[in-house]
Ligand binder design. Structure first.
Ligand SMILES: Nc1nc2c(ncn2[C@@H]2O[C@H](COP(=O)(O)OP(=O)(O)OP(=O)(O)O)[C@@H](O)[C@H]2O)c(=O)[nH]1
Ligand SMILES: [Mg+2]
Length: 362
């Protein structure tokens, strides 16, 4: 293998331009041989030239005494042709971390907060924690159980959602203001709002960031007995509820009768909220008496109580969040390995736990 490497510095995929770097003892000589124009004998750092290389119009720049950059067009074929011309001339191709799953994930992170959390892991937070746990398993295995359990919890509660948003379903009786609430939370008009109960027939979803965490808000058809077209929407709403991480059950504060969620709805997944606090009649909790009933009072119309609602949703979804720079298992494979290792350690199967954790470092 040659000590001179060639690598793609820009992200893989189609782009307007790409940057390829050759680095090592033969980098400058190879670039000189491949470039269409005759270059001066001494190649100063900071100089660049326009010309062609492997058939593409490029800018060739000397960036260090032993490194050059080729700024070329960004189509994958062009990039491949240039990389190949360097490897044919004896350079070794080494695009940084091309197979690193985390690097891939980072490019698609839905929010800044998830990107930061992933970046911490790419900077070694996860690997360092796993190494620390492996050392504990050697020296004092019982002391590894608790931190291993915590790491597994973080995978379960946060790691899983670094790419896939939490699903929050807004459900409740017709006309409670579900679509208005989704619109208010999303900050724009996404769902059809109307005074006619039964307006929303299908689940409509919108992606938002709550406290930096990715959340998919799903508006559903009002739930009550109905027939025909509307019943179809209601059936779908039930399915959507079943797959949710959290269900915000919205009540209409101005209605005569409260339509409470069905008893079979899982309580830990349920957040009951009363809407239209701006227009409440005599019903139920006095808006001035706060949450005497333990219910959140909001107004999708005026925005009252929405900040508190968002706080509560985040609290319920993200049961624990990693400290800055903290370790999080960040891919499905790593999450599974850590959960299995945690289980093995719980059963005092130290060797199994160590084997599973070691696999997470590969
Ligand atoms: N006063 C008041 N009216 C509201 C509030 N939120 C929604 N509404 C009104 O309530 C009516 C129903 O709102 P929607 O958002 O369509 O209700 P929904 O729950 O989506 O209704 P369906 O899709 O039919 O089940 C509309 O006239 C809204 O303007 C609120 O906070 N205060
Ligand atoms: Mg609606």
């Amino acid at each position: 293998m040659s000590d001179t490497t060639v690598s793609l510095l820009t992200p893989p995929g189609t782009a307007a331009i790409a940057v390829i770097e050759a680095r090592g003892p033969l980098a400058l000589a190879t670039a000189r041989a491949l470039f269409s124009k005759a270059l001066p004998e001494s190649l100063e750092v900071g100089r660049f030239w326009f010309g062609t290389l492997a058939g593409d119009e490029v800018v060739l720049a000397v960036t260090e005494p032993d490194a050059v950059e080729v700024h070329c067009h960004g189509g994958p074929q062009v990039v491949r042709a240039i990389l190949s011309s360097f490897t044919a001339a004896g350079c070794t191709e080494r695009t940084p971390r091309p197979s690193d799953e985390g690097f891939e994930l980072l490019q698609h992170a839905p929010t800044l907060r998830t990107a930061n959390t992933l970046l911490d892991q790419l900077n070694g937070a996860f690997a360092r924690e796993v190494q620390r746990l492996l050392a504990l398993l050697e020296t004092n295995p019982a002391s590894a159980v608790e931190p291993l359990h915590q790491l597994a919890d973080l995978g379960h509660s946060v790691g899983r959602y670094l790419m896939t948003p939490w699903r929050v379903v807004i459900a409740g009786p017709p006309n409670a203001g579900k679509s208005s609430l989704v619109n208010a939370l999303a900050g724009f008009q996404r769902s059809v709002v109307s005074e006619v109960p039964g307006t929303t027939r299908d689940a409509v979803s919108v992606r938002v960031a709550f406290d930096g965490w990715p959340v998919e808000l799903i508006d559903t058809a009002g739930m009550r007995d109905a027939s025909g077209l509307e019943a179809e929407g209601i059936a779908r709403a039930r399915e959507t509820v079943d797959s949710a991480n959290l269900v915000v059950w919205l009540l209409d504060g101005t209605a005569e009768r409260m339509e409470w969620p069905r008893d079979d709805m899982k309580r830990e997944k349920l957040l009951v909220v009363v809407n239209k606090s701006d227009a409440m009649l005599g019903w139920g909790p006095d808006p001035n008496a706060g949450d005497a009933w333990g219910l959140l009072l909001i107004s999708a119309r005026t925005g009252d109580g929405l900040a508190a609602l968002v706080n509560e949703i985040v609290k319920r979804l993200v049961s624990q969040s990693p400290p800055p720079g903290g370790a999080v298992p960040y891919t499905p494979r790593l999450i599974e390995l850590v959960i299995d290792a945690s289980r093995a350690a719980g059963d005092r199967k130290w060797d199994d736990a160590a084997r599973l954790l070691s696999a997470a470092l590969e």
